[in-house]
Design a protein around this ligand. Structure first.
Ligand code: ADP
Ligand SMILES: Cc1ncc(COP(=O)(O)OP(=O)(O)O)c(N)n1
Length: 531
């Protein structure tokens, strides 16, 4: 009873998302604190990770420019990397300034070793390998070189070892051996070529474009996967934006397993950090961004009431009641009367028509293109994949709906969703829509164990335990979590209420029977099913 969007830009690599990911920055030091490992550690912390740093170079720089670079022996970098990896589980690695070919090779050899170790441990799907974000730092904003010109070729060899590479326009052009793109379309094409050439996801960044727009886009070998628009913040304080963004992406990917979500969250966070940069008084040139602006203003600390895990725990009573319903037990066992199942399907088909509408309304209200796309894809999945399953089961013509009146429960649930849509609040509507994903995915997954080829409801069980539905649910949870993370207290409370109310309606929905075929008394309410 919810949307089945297509696959996201990139499948998740981290099956068990850690609560606090360990994120290693391999980068140079900026003693003025705005770029390099100093920026990385602040970004990682601001985005909810535990930051570590292996130092590739010491720079003497401030907000006006770089006056010196000292590169310790590459072998000592290897020693740092091996020491950390021997002890700490790495969830993500961000790579920044690599000053010369020897340093690039040292990092490449270490990454290869990490991969070989993963393969030896039987993780050929990369599940236990950290996500790797490579920011190919070549030249600072001040115009000073941070990597010898001969390193570009070596950096290219590093690309296939990364999951995501985040060049600015000049770095993208250098990696492609082309002139710097003068417009966004040209930059996207260079990013596509880079992705196709090296089998790596590319983040094209619009920070150095002329004009008021500052878009970023995730680009794969076939073109743009996700573009996140942005309006340029009018500030001179852009020192270290690339370092900050790449570490934020590494951390947020480790937390979500989803590059699209990581980008949307990272870009929103960086925008806040740029907007608040004027609160800091650091140097007379291009100052740093304010990494902890959201945290210091009270909005950035993860709040218990904003955690969707706590929402899920908060409906444990409703979930137990659903598990205890005769309908669910009989559905699992395959003993559910056909009339009851068809009654449920008919009501669900009526439900889906309006649920699809409200998914579209969520898309209309969504704050950015990525969220907009997700809800629109979900509306499509709901109105096509799910309704088609129901129509087939009910032997209805394509496009036809069952000729029955909506039950009081169906009407009540839909009124609740439509009220959430009418509130005009995207977060509240998204929260109201979520139980229809999450509860079905949860029930579907647990009931899947009972599925067998001759199960009378095998197709239903298969749909709601499918990998696609799993993925759709994970993404829906991600979008609602993103909305909750930035919601004001009153709106957050309204979100939680809407989520619980929808969950209560889900319980009632499963508690419906065909009126004439099986009286309610027949249901063994209160009997907890061993799902
Ligand atoms: N003035 C600005 N306003 C808003 N976003 C910006 C601004 N400058 C840079 N960004 C963003 O900062 C990130 C880093 O981009 P960019 O400046 O292109 O890279 P780099 O710092 O590596 O040179 C991107 O997400 C970009 O869109
Ligand atoms: C030590 C160190 N590493 C990287 C940079 C470059 O920082 P970046 O975020 O790419 O952007 P600018 O600071 O150049 O705007 C650096 N300066 N120092």
């Amino acid at each position: 009873m919810s949307g089945l969007p297509g696959a996201g830009p990139q499948a998740p690599r981290v099956p068990n998302v850690p609560a606090v990911p360990n994120v290693l920055s391999i980068a140079g030091s900026d003693p003025s604190g705005g770029a390099g490992i100093q920026a990385d550690l602040k970004s990682i912390a601001a985005c909810g990770g535990y930051g570590m740093a292996a130092i590739t170079a010491l720079t003497a720089q401030n907000t006006r420019g770089v006056s010196g670079v000292h590169v310790p022996p590459a072998a000592f970098l290897t020693e740092q990397l091996e020491a950390v990896a021997a002890d700490v589980r790495l969830d993500a690695v961000k790579i920044g300034m690599l000053a010369n070919v020897e340093v690039v090779h040292a990092v490449g050899a270490w990454l290869e070793e990490l991969r070989a170790g993963g393969a030896a441990a039987g993780t050929d799907d990369g599940a236990r390998l950290p996500a790797v974000v490579l920011d190919p730092v070549l030249v600072a904003t001040s115009g000073d070189r941070l990597s010898e010109s001969g390193s570009v070729a070596a950096l290219r060899q590093l690309l296939p070892l990364a999951d995501l590479v985040t060049p600015n326009l000049a770095e993208l052009a250098a990696l492609r051996g082309r002139p710097v793109a003068t417009g966004w379309a040209e930059a996207l094409e260079q990013a596509r070529e880079l992705s196709a050439g090296y089998g790596v996801l590319v983040l094209a960044k619009g920070g150095h474009l002329a004009g008021k727009d500052c878009p970023d886009a995730l680009v794969g070998p076939d073109g743009v996967l996700l573009e996140v628009p942005g309006v340029r913040v009018d500030t001179p304080n852009t020192h270290g934006t690339g370092c900050s963004l790449s570490s934020a992406l590494a951390t947020l990917f480790a937390r979500t397993g989803d590059w699209a979500r990581a980008l949307v969250l990272a870009k929103a966070w960086l925008r806040g950090a740029l907007e608040a940069s004027g609160q800091l008084e650091v140097g007379g040139g291009h100052g740093p961004v304010h990494h902890f602006a959201a945290l210091w203003s009270g909005g950035g600390v993860p709040r218990e009431e904003a955690s969707l895990g706590s929402w899920w725990d908060g409906i444990a009573d409703l979930r137990a009641s659903i598990d205890g319903l005769g309908f669910i037990r009989e559905l699992r066992d395959g003993t559910l009367a056909r009339a009851d199942f068809e009654h449920y399907l008919a009501q669900d088909a009526l439900y889906l028509q309006t649920y699809g509408r409200t998914l579209s309304q969520a898309s209309a209200l969504a704050p950015d293109l990525a969220a907009q796309r997700f809800w629109a894809e979900s509306a499509h999945g709901c109105m096509v994949s799910e309704l088609t399953l129901h129509q087939g089961r009910l032997e209805l013509a394509d496009g036809a709906l069952p000729a029955v009146a909506p039950s009081a429960t169906t009407t009540g649930y839909l009124n609740h969703l439509q009220a959430a849509a009418a509130s005009g609040s995207y977060p509240v509507l998204a929260a109201a829509l979520l139980p229809c994903f999450w509860l079905y995915q949860d029930i579907g997954t647990r009931l899947a164990a009972a599925n067998r080829p001759d199960h009378p409801y095998a197709d239903w069980l298969a749909m709601y335990s499918s990998l696609e539905f799993d993925e759709a649910t994970r993404r829906a949870i991600g979008w609602v979590q993103a909305a909750a993370d930035t919601a004001r207290p009153a709106e957050l409370e309204a979100m939680r209420t809407a989520f619980r109310e929808s969950s209560r309606w889900e319980l009632e929905f499963f508690d419906q029977r065909a009126p004439q075929a099986s009286p309610r008394a027949r249901e063994s309410a209160g009997v907890a099913a061993d799902l």
